[in-house]
Design a protein. Structure first.
Length: 275
């Protein structure tokens, strides 16, 4: 049970990832991105999730260096974008991300999307990068059970993480159970449905009961399921609010109520029909 912001999940290769992180999707490059990271680090976050697609890798690296927090205390994730798939292309893209970040290594490198025909070549590149010590852990994002089964059938290395959209309204229980059985840590992006379900009566009633905000109820729900969660915000007050989730637990009965809210509601991409 996660009890503090410093709690970490142990991945299948022994690397530890903080349960709560700051998502950088759609946070503008420049001052907005650097300020968001500064707010997060000042609030105690030690996990920043970016990607080449987000165009703010440079700001992540700069903000981390300016913080003067020891590099080994901060967990940095970035991702391989679709146009960079293929073995050689993935190696090159990783080096570009590493250069933009201004770091000597990346903690977690993910395949951002299961691009058809090329994703397994890219995975081989990620294995090589990990063996070379360039990244401490490797994983995937937006992979369904079918994509994971395909990868596991041929790869000697099991992904450490599968980062997917996950919330009470997109409760992918079969995927969660499959990842647990394979030793893959599930990580939730868009855990707050971009606020589109904050006014749901179950969410609002539980927020009142626990004296928390709808966002805090939804983040805590993910943590109760042992899911790493990366809510996105550029605002100091919301970044701090999202971290204030370690002084309460949700009862078994109320967790069941939240679990029952699944309606396959997505605010982002749907990889279901990607072959």
């Amino acid at each position: 049970m996660t009890r503090s912001l410093s709690n970490r999940a142990r991945l299948n290769n022994g690397v530890e990832i903080p349960y709560l992180g700051l998502g950088m999707y759609q946070i503008r490059q420049g001052i907005q991105a650097r300020d968001a990271i500064r707010y997060a680090l000042e609030a105690g976050y030690r996990h920043i999730d970016t990607a080449k697609l987000y165009s703010n890798e440079r700001d992540v690296g700069l903000a981390v260096r300016e913080s003067r927090i020891p590099r080994e205390e901060i967990f940095i994730t970035t991702k391989l974008w679709n146009s960079d798939h293929g073995y050689d292309q993935a190696i090159t893209a990783f080096q570009e991300s590493l250069m933009d970040l201004g770091l000597s290594y990346i903690d977690l490198y993910l395949i951002h999307w299961p691009v058809e025909q090329l994703r397994n070549q890219s995975w081989e590149a990620l294995i090589a990068l990990q063996k070379a010590g360039k990244c401490r852990a490797i994983g995937v994002s937006n992979y369904t059970i079918r994509h994971l089964e395909e990868l596991l059938a041929t790869s000697p290395i099991i992904p450490a993480v599968n980062q997917v959209e996950f919330s009470p309204f997109l409760y992918q229980q079969e995927l969660l159970d499959f990842c647990r059985a394979q030793g893959i840590q599930l990580e939730a992006y868009s855990p707050l449905t971009r606020g589109k379900r904050f006014d749901h009566p179950v969410i609002t009633s539980l927020a009142t009961r626990y004296d928390k905000t709808p966002a805090q109820i939804m983040i805590r729900w993910a943590l109760e399921h042992d899911i790493v969660v990366i809510p996105k915000s550029a605002h100091r007050d919301r970044i701090e609010e999202n971290a204030d989730v370690f002084d309460f637990t949700i009862s078994t009965r109320d967790l069941a109520r939240l679990d029952s809210l699944n309606e396959d509601f997505r605010v982002d991409w749907d990889p279901t029909n990607v072959y």
